[in-house]
Write a protein that binds this ligand. Structure first.
Ligand SMILES: Cc1cc2nc3c(=O)[nH]c(=O)nc-3n(C[C@H](O)[C@H](O)[C@H](O)COP(=O)(O)O)c2cc1C
Length: 197
């Protein structure tokens, strides 16, 4: 199985990256191929809402030739895309939000082009946050679930961990085990086509 992790924090060695480490090592132990992309150090502009991509058949077709093209290549490679993000203002940081907005060219729903370039892929979420659990993560998770439904992607679930003591919160055996367990769950759900609980 091929797993793409889009790590959305501007802190490349921060809390989210720390929680992702055991997740990656468990995925690899389970035999997955992993690509890890830090979105914040890429040149990804905001979607212009021009809809030009909607008239380009069979290709991504965005008029902005920035680093989103290499991320699209990674997305097309992957069976499963994991959005790893700190919660910022009840959603994700702006760089990752731009990537999510720029998904438009992968769905040809609004112009002369038709079809989807990514339907059927799986999507999971790893979130870190300051506020307590669901209160912090619900808006982002809901947005991702709806984006998946809209785009015919399979949502495979989320883990989240609260930032109580910066990096230390993500280095506890409990946090590490949660990340490892999520890797095993994803391997099962992507393989079996199960719905998340
Ligand atoms: C600009 C900014 C906005 C934030 N907004 C929220 C928020 O809306 N809800 C929340 O629970 N935590 C919020 N936080 C806390 C971060 O989500 C939390 O500290 C996270 O673990 C940081 O991860 P990182 O080190 O990977 O960037 C915010 C932090 C920053 C810097």
């Amino acid at each position: 199985m091929k797993v793409l992790i889009l790590m959305g924090s501007p802190r490349l060695k921060g809390n989210t990256a720390e929680l992702v480490k055991p997740f990656i090592s468990e995925l690899e132990a389970c035999g997955a191929s992993v690509r890890y992309v830090t979105v914040a150090d890429r040149d990804i502009h905001a979607c212009r809402g021009c809809y030009a991509c909607q008239n380009v058949q069979g290709e991504y077709g965005c008029v902005q030739h920035d680093d989103m093209y290499s991320i699209v290549e990674d997305i097309l490679w992957a069976d499963c895309i994991v959005l790893a993000a700190p919660i910022y203002s009840w959603y994700c940081p702006s760089n990752l939000k731009s990537v999510l907005d720029r998904h438009y060219g992968l769905n040809k729903f609004y112009g002369s082009a038709t079809g989807s370039l990514w339907a059927g892929k799986s999507v999971g979420v790893i979130a870190t946050h300051g506020y307590e659990g669901a209160y912090a993560t619900e808006p982002f998770e809901t947005g991702v679930i709806r984006l998946c439904a809209h785009s015919n992607l399979k949502y495979v679930g989320m883990i989240s961990e609260r930032d109580e003591d910066d990096l230390k919160s993500f280095q506890t055996p409990m946090a590490i085990n949660k990340a490892r367990e999520f890797a095993r769950v994803i391997m099962e759900r992507v393989k079996d086509g199960d719905e998340p609980n």
